[in-house]
Design a protein around this ligand. Structure first.
Ligand SMILES: Cc1cc2nc3c(=O)[nH]c(=O)nc-3n(C[C@H](O)[C@H](O)[C@H](O)COP(=O)(O)O)c2cc1C
Length: 176
């Protein structure tokens, strides 16, 4: 059976992006989902001095191996000040020091949500520009605006947005 990893680009215990990615991953059929949490991959803040003195921490290798051994990726990015959260940027930076082709050409559904009306559009755009340079194969992207109004009890309650996400999950599934 195909296996995907699903994660939020956030270290918040109550991450809305984690809730979204959990829901999105429940929509794929006959695929094993490995729901990951950045909190389980604690890492020091990336710094060249740390790297030169102590090398690359094991957790960066572990996470990269999970990407490498998966058939696809569902990622929902939280937006902090228009960009990646520190937690996501940190693990991304560490992994990119091991392997520049960080996403190994794996099919990816890239998402973002936020409480505001732009739904993480800025961080989504940053990732759409950047990830392909790291060998990401972005099959589709999806933004959920106004999380508080559009998501309830573990699912998207706005029909149009829900149908849009479902279609994009199908696209990912076909690409696995
Ligand atoms: C430091 C900080 C900066 C933020 N900047 C933005 C922002 O630029 N755009 C936005 O839509 N939301 C912003 N927010 C609100 C986040 O979208 C909100 O906290 C959301 O819950 C983060 O996603 P998460 O729950 O998955 O971690 C910011 C929140 C924090 C704490």
């Amino acid at each position: 059976m195909k296996q995907i990893i699903a994660l939020a680009g956030s270290n918040s215990k109550n991450s809305i992006n984690k809730q979204l990615v959990e829901y999105a991953s429940s929509l794929v059929d006959n695929v094993e989902v490995n729901l990951l949490d950045l909190n389980d991959f604690e890492l020091p803040l990336y710094g060249i001095d740390f790297e030169n003195e102590k090398g690359i921490p094991e957790n960066a290798h572990k996470f990269l191996d999970l990407i490498k051994n998966s058939d696809g990726i569902m990622l929902s990015l939280a937006e902090h000040n228009g960009a990646y959260t520190v937690a996501f940027k940190n693990i991304f930076d560490w992994m990119s020091r091991i392997e520049g082709k960080t996403f190994y050409g794996k099919p990816m559904l890239l998402m973002a949500t936020s409480p505001g009306g732009r739904g993480g559009a800025s961080v989504l755009q940053i990732a759409l520009d950047r990830f392909p340079r790291h060998d990401a194969q972005i099959i589709a992207h999806f933004s959920l605006p106004s999380f508080g109004s559009n998501f309830s009890e573990g699912k998207i309650i706005n029909e149009e947005l829900n149908n849009d996400l479902k279609a994009k999950v199908k696209q990912l599934q076909k690409a696995l």
